[in-house]
Write a protein that binds this ligand. Sequence first.
Ligand code: COA
Length: 260
Amino acid sequence: MSDQYLDLTGTGAVRVLTITRPEKLNALNRATLAALRARLDALADEAALRVLIVTGAGPKAFVAGADIAEFDGFTADAAAAYARAGQAVFDRLESMPVPTIAAINGYALGGGCELALACTFRLMADTARLGLPETSLGLIPGFGGTQRLARAIGRQQALELILTGRQVSADEAVRLGIVLRSVPAAALMDEAQALADQLAARAPLALRYAREAIADGLDRPLADGLAAEARLFGLAAATEDMREGVRAFLEKRPATFTGR
Ligand code: COA
């Protein structure tokens, strides 16, 4: 299924959503952001979906940022509204009911880095570059970068990357904790698929509650996080999949999870 700037492949448990604007290094213009929002809304309601992989078309870029051509003539109010709208799209991505994997195949700059940061996991081709160069345009990251990067890697490292706009290699991105793994470029999609298959075989609600517990707790005092964990543990224990998982263990067979 494809529209002007997005392509969705696969029909089963794992789908691949590709940003397809390679002539502009997949820069996110308003039309692409709107299409992405609509597609994520639709995918969030798909019961068969277990894992979503996000990547960029062409050999050069994952996403080279928000579309700089659309910044000209911004007023402060219009720019703030633009940032809020972009944040809402990436919030939608982060809160998808299924885990998401950014397969960073090339430049992940600005909005591209922020898109990847809103995914559950990030795998990065060893040829790719990642960074938040907005300050070189006289801007700051506006689609969540100042918040998600600092939460992911800590204040000092995030300050350095954002204030200098420095791009990092995949190896450095792993060392900093921005991405899970650096992968030979030719193997990137296979690695993403392998991770997706691993996740897709597990109980979907358990994955969802585990993500929610981690996300909830990190923004709050430990006692609140522990309370959230206990509440979500209770929800997981009430699922059919928990009964199936326990039965399968006792019967020494693989579990078949249904997402209920
Ligand atoms: N917004 C709009 N257009 C962009 C873009 C962006 N973020 N990133 C790349 N493009 C466009 C270029 O303008 C060019 O278009 P053209 O062929 O019509 O002139 C095309 O994509 C190819 O990019 P080009 O700059 O020629 O490729 P390159 O290999 O020389 O450089 C980059 C690659 C990624 C280093 C460079 O494109 C770049 O710095 N992009 C902007 C990155 C950025 O600042 N992102 C944050 C935005 S907030």
